[in-house]
Design a protein around this ligand. Sequence first.
Ligand SMILES: [Zn+2]
Length: 73
Amino acid sequence: MIYREEKQPQIPVNHCAWCGSYDLGIGWQQNEAIVTFRRNGLLGNRLKYVICRNCGAVLYQYVAEPWRFPPAE
Ligand SMILES: [Zn+2]
């Protein structure tokens, strides 16, 4: 069993690049936007979004468990 780092990396944004607000929110994309590990797979990660609560811009998006995805060839 390969050790996996469990904690999430730091979110690389702390303010909105568009309006300058530091009031950010975290959102989970539901069902439709699950990113699967395999082409026809049902297992996947939901996308997580960092959203500016002031202007609504999506500043960053990432999956919950990136290590489960195969490396790009
Ligand atoms: Zn903003």
